[in-house]
Write a protein of this length. Sequence first.
Length: 181
Amino acid sequence: MSMPSSCGTTPSCNIELKARLASLEAAQQIARSLADSRLPDQHQVDTYFHCRDGRLKLREIVGERAELIAYCRPNVSGPKASSYFVLPVVEPDRFKEALDTTLGIRSRVEKHREIYLHRNVRIHLDHVVGLGEFLEFEAVLSEAYPEAESQKLVRELCQKFEIADDDLLEASYGEMIETAG
């Protein structure tokens, strides 16, 4: 699945992987040992909207900012390519109301996220309300870190975090919330 570009704009791309965590504490220790740096924790509320292709969500980072994220990513387990656009949102409440009126809300996800950086990979340790604890890798593609190298790095991180194939997830948190409730 590819995201169409409009007006000459191309999406950003990364390699993503999501897995259920057996132990948040063990994952935190591994992340701390690998991290080049760490960003402040975030409390995020993602509102997913119905859309024709891909996924569309409004992310509100409590006390910080809001952004619209449009992305296309296949629902397969393991490392997968994702193309995305991230746009700042100035009035998130009005924006959410407009999108709810025109597209409708699919689901709402609330989570606490720890963010560790290792080379070009953002390591997210997430506690998702109603779902549990998860690990997510996002390897941002660039000239310095092309897709093949990023895929390899994500696979290496899976080994370091001892992620089993049974732990790998296909769907977004939004889709998981939909099926859980």
